[in-house]
Ligand binder design. Structure first.
Ligand SMILES: C[S@@+](CC[C@H](N)C(=O)[O-])C[C@H]1O[C@@H](n2cnc3c(N)ncnc32)[C@H](O)[C@@H]1O
Length: 196
């Protein structure tokens, strides 16, 4: 309980969140490459980033980008760094946009913060506002490495899943396209491309 409070205090500070992640993930280049390759953003598309945080990945996107998150200090920091982006305080469990409003949706480092039940609510909300393709990137339970496994225990997200568990969740809502797993720093990641 106390550990959770400490983690929340630390990771709610945008600069600390970004710096700690940068170190543990071993820089940004591998993650950026995998995410960019999966999104393949085009200028005329409208892309929704659910749980956008400080919008670090919006740098990769030349499309019309809209980010939603519940953390006011993350949104404030993102707005300062990316003044041209549309950022909104909105709950992923109650997405307030019209049906098929977005060509693509991104959920990055997000689903491991939610129980299966909540993920299903969120994925269903995403499906309603999506026209085409969803890109889900998340950290998964590492197959090896003591430090890697320890970091999973210390993660703020209580629901880090195996590769298969993450795929099973997503495939209830989307047709699965490409799936890729890779390591970066102390973490193992999955990228799932889903279609409506
Ligand atoms: C680990 S961060 C990932 C941020 C960003 N996607 C990234 O990869 O840099 C998870 C984010 O989910 C946001 N979040 C948690 N619950 C949420 C909810 N119900 N609706 C929208 N955002 C939420 C948090 O505020 C946080 O910014």
């Amino acid at each position: 309980m106390i550990l959770k409070k400490i983690k929340d205090k630390i990771f709610d500070l945008p600069l600390l969140f970004n710096t700690i992640r940068y170190i543990l993930v071993g820089g940004k280049s591998r993650l950026n490459k995998e995410i960019f390759d999966a999104i393949k953003p085009k200028e005329d598309e409208k892309i929704l980033d659910i749980g956008c945080g400080t919008c670090e990945f919006s740098e990769l996107i030349n499309s019309k980008y809209i980010g939603i998150d519940l953390n006011k200090s993350f949104l404030k920091k993102a707005k300062k760094k990316f003044p041209d982006r549309i950022l909104m305080e909105m709950d992923a469990k109650n997405i307030n946009f019209g049906k098929k409003s977005f060509d693509k949706i991104l959920m990055m480092n997000f689903l491991h913060h939610f129980s299966d039940e909540d993920c299903k609510i969120i994925l269903n909300e995403a499906k309603m506002v999506l026209k085409n393709k969803i890109v889900i990137e998340d950290n998964i339970i590492p197959t090896k490495g003591f430090i890697n496994k320890l970091l999973v225990k210390l993660d703020r997200g209580d629901y880090i899943r195996t590769k298969d568990q993450e795929i099973d969740l997503v495939k209830e809502f989307f047709k699965i396209g490409e799936i890729k797993t890779f390591k970066s720093g102390f973490y193992e990641f999955i990228v799932i491309i889903g279609h409506k």
